[in-house]
Structure formats: C-alpha cells, structure tokens
Design a protein around this ligand. Structure first.
Ligand code: NDP
Ligand code: 8X3
Length: 252
C-alpha cells in the first residue's frame, strides 16, 4: 500500500487514533500538533519511514507553510487530509465569555482549517484524494455555552459542503464527520484542565471513543471511489436531543 494522509491535531484524541488506525493498516502519515514529544512518540513506535512529525502551532500560518514545504519526498503525495485539530474553550454564555478564547477557537477551528485545505488542494486534486473535516453536533444544534465553538463547527459543516460543489468533477471526495459526546482531552482543554469536570461529564455515559471516530474515518476513506459520504453525524446511544428552552417571567 502506498498511500499517505495528513492529520492535524495528531497528539491526542481523535487525531492520534486516526494516525494509529491508518498507519497500522499500511498508510504513511504526516502527524501535526504542538506537542512535539507526543509526535516523536508516534515516530518512535512506527518508524520514520511511516510517520513524519511536523510540530507547529496551526494558528501560525507561516509555520504551517514552512512545515508543509519541509515534508520529505516520500510523504509528499498526500491522498487524504484530515482536518481534525480544534478545540472548545469555556462553557460560559456569550455575554460573559472571553473574547480571547473566542478568537483562539476561530483561529484554530476555522482559519487554520481553511489555510491547510487551501495549501493542499492542488496536491489532493492531482491525486484524486479526499478530505475529512471534523465538525461537531455543536455546529448543528444550539446549546447554552456553545456560542462561538458551535459557530466554528457550523462553518466547518458548510465549508465542507461548499468544497464538494467546487471540487465537482475533480474526483476529490469531501466528508464532514460530526461527532457528539466523545471522551478525549477535549473537556480538559475546554475547562482549563479541570479533571473532575471532565470525569463528571463522561461518568456513566459510555461516550464515543477516539478509536470509534478513527474507525469511521477509516470507513469513509475506504468507500468505493464513486461514493461520497457528505455528512456523518454520530452520537453515543446515551446522548440525544433535548428540545427548546422557555423562559417564564418578566421580559424587559
Ligand atoms: P483533543 O483535545 O484530545 O485533541 C485536540 C487536538 O487538536 C490535539 O492534538 C491538539 O494538539 C490539536 N490542537 C489544538 N489546538 C492546536 C493548535 N493551536 N495547533 C496545533 N494543534 C492544535 O480533542 P479531540 O480529539 O476530541 O478533538 C479533535 C477534534 O474533534 C476537534 O476539532 C474537536 O472540536 C472535535 N470534536 C470533539 C468532540 C468531543 O466530544 N471530544 C466531539 C465533536 C467534535 P496540541 O495540543 O498538541 O497542539
Ligand atoms: C464536541 C461535542 O456537544 O461537547 O464538539 O459540543 S459537544
């Protein structure tokens, strides 16, 4: 097998599991993220001929460009881009949210994803490759405290569908995967490192695992080449939609 994928956010959670899934099946992977030690651990486990580690902050668009230019020749023919790096910060209502956190989510979940896609589109078109963007149910359904995080994921959803339209006739496939409750480092990051809050959220829920998502991405990437899965929305059985809220009392 001579296929290569690039996974952003491969130091933890979904991204690490996706790299593991594809590399053990014979793919080469370019793994990105800020935590170089974790990327190096992937290289140590699988070998430098199977994994190329590119450590950079994805919000730094110059660093992104430099990292892409430095990809070694055996990894340059990219067949699959998995835009996975992302985060939520905070659960406060919009009116008491931190603007810096909003900007960080937009810079990571939207601007960096767009830039990475733009850089790799020519290569993906040349290879008749595929893009899998990691969205979220937070981009489809509103919930209190979802404000900017959910909006960034709504962007990912629509950008994915719009990419499909533009790539019509190129053979490039585009899928947006929209998971619900999944236990990774996501809630630790969202709560600023509150382990108790993270454990409480997932307690007794049997959430989606990173390996579950990796398996779905593997399945999407290996569909017959004439099929495009546009959207894949999934939740654990323990999660479902809970309707609208009604405020009673005086409204100014
Ligand atoms: P994790 O926190 O476990 O992993 C997030 C990954 O994103 C890490 O590898 C992290 O790498 C990377 N990342 C974040 N910020 C940056 C940055 N500035 N530069 C480079 N890399 C960055 O979370 P998940 O695996 O759960 O999240 C992966 C994706 O899935 C995200 O887009 C998230 O929004 C989405 N998602 C998560 C769900 C969940 O419930 N867990 C559900 C639906 C969607 P590093 O810190 O080393 O830079
Ligand atoms: C993560 C899922 O519901 O915590 O994207 O926002 S949720």
């Amino acid at each position: 097998m001579d296929r290569t994928l690039l996974v952003t956010g491969a130091t933890a959670g979904f991204g690490a599991a996706i790299v593991e899934r594809f590399v053990t099946a014979g793919w080469r992977a370019i793994a990105t993220g800020r935590r170089a030690d974790r990327l190096q651990a992937l290289v140590d486990r699988h070998g430098a001929d199977r994994i190329h580690a590119a450590a950079f902050d994805i919000r730094d668009l110059d660093a992104m460009q430099a990292a892409l230019a430095a990809i070694p020749a055996p990894f340059r023919d990219i067949d699959l881009l998995v835009n996975n790096a992302g985060l939520a910060l905070g659960t406060a209502p919009a009116q008491s949210s931190d603007l810096g956190q909003w900007r960080q989510m937009i810079d990571t979940n939207v601007t960096a994803l767009v830039a990475m896609t733009h850089h790799l589109l020519p290569a993906l078109i040349a290879r008749r490759g595929a893009i899998v963007n990691i969205g979220s149910i937070a981009g489809l359904y509103a919930y209190p405290g979802g404000n900017v995080y959910g909006a960034t994921k709504a962007f990912v959803d629509q950008f994915s569908l719009n990419l499909r339209s533009d790539l019509h006739g190129t053979g490039v496939r585009v899928t947006v995967v929209e998971p619900g409750l999944a236990e990774t480092e996501f809630t630790l990051v969202r709560t600023g490192g509150d382990r108790a809050a993270s454990d409480t959220l997932y307690a007794g829920t049997q959430p989606i695992t990173a390996a579950d998502i990796a398996e779905q991405v593997w399945w999407v990437a290996n569909l017959p080449p004439h099929l495009n899965l546009n959207r894949l929305e999934l939740m654990p059985v323990s999660q479902s939609l809970a309707g609208l809220q009604i405020h009673r009392g005086t409204t100014p």
